[in-house]
Ligand binder design. Structure first.
Ligand SMILES: [Zn+2]
Length: 241
């Protein structure tokens, strides 16, 4: 090797190494952010009988012009996530979810097949779900707030939930009222049981999932650190391409 080329290469390598060691991490800037949640509004109905949103506010502003208000809410309202405590008294509540299960999860979207209301194992075969937020696109969210929303609602089978656990999914979300069949004759909730017992986050009553189809999207779903079994969440995706 030519000595000059060797020395030039050596100097360049040292320069690059020195440069890398002093540079800060460069965080990529998303093209846009997309909301995947229903906003909480006073009196809204999500699942009749188990949801409540009540806006609390004082009569007047303080003399300095400020206003303090609040919200009384049941966990299953608007768009929310469940914790393992939802199905097991001895498992963790919302505050125990690690941020690694809630932040910047790569998204994969699975569409409901025509003529069915069920996501089953075959829908996920040949799909890489490891470490991902798996979003189930049903378009049922078009009926959100109407009585039809909870009728014949699409859902994930227990077998499919077990498959997603085995393949390493981190979060499973759906734009329908429940991830389980709300009309199950025995009221069983096998998808909840399987996913939550394996510490896979369950997100329900999502919306706008179609906007991330085919995009390079990363999902974040972070609620306050509440002691509850479920809690509303601002769930959104950062879109990079
Ligand atoms: Zn649930």
């Amino acid at each position: 090797m030519n000595t000059n080329i060797f020395i030039s290469g050596l100097i360049l390598s040292i320069f690059l190494i020195a440069g890398c060691s002093s540079d800060k991490v460069k965080i990529p800037v998303p093209e846009k952010y997309v909301e995947l949640n229903h906003a909480l509004t006073d009196g809204m109905i999500t699942f009749p009988g188990t949801s409540m949103v009540k806006y609390l506010h004082p009569e007047n502003r303080y003399p300095n012009g400020s206003l303090v208000d609040g919200l009384a809410v049941l966990g299953i309202s608007a768009t929310y996530i469940d914790s393992p405590h939802h199905i097991d008294e001895n498992m963790g509540n919302i505050s125990t979810w690690p941020l690694s299960s809630l932040v910047n999860l790569p998204v994969t979207v699975i569409k409901l097949r025509e003529g069915t209301r069920v996501f089953d194992v075959k829908d996920f075969e040949n799909v890489d779900v490891k470490g991902k937020a798996v979003l189930l696109l049903t378009h049922q969210d078009r009926l959100f707030g109407k009585p039809e929303y909870i009728k014949n609602a699409p859902y994930l089978t227990g077998d499919a939930a077990a498959y997603l656990v085995k393949k390493g999914a981190k979060l499973v979300g759906i734009d329908s009222v429940l991830i389980d069949n709300p009309d199950a004759p025995d009221a069983s909730i096998p998808a909840h049981e399987t996913l939550l017992r394996s510490n896979v986050v369950v997100a329900e009553d999502m919306t706008n999932i179609a906007s991330v189809v085919g995009r390079d999207a990363y999902l974040t779903a972070v609620p306050p650190r509440t002691p509850t079994t479920s809690f509303p969440v601002r769930i959104f995706a950062a879109i990079y391409r």
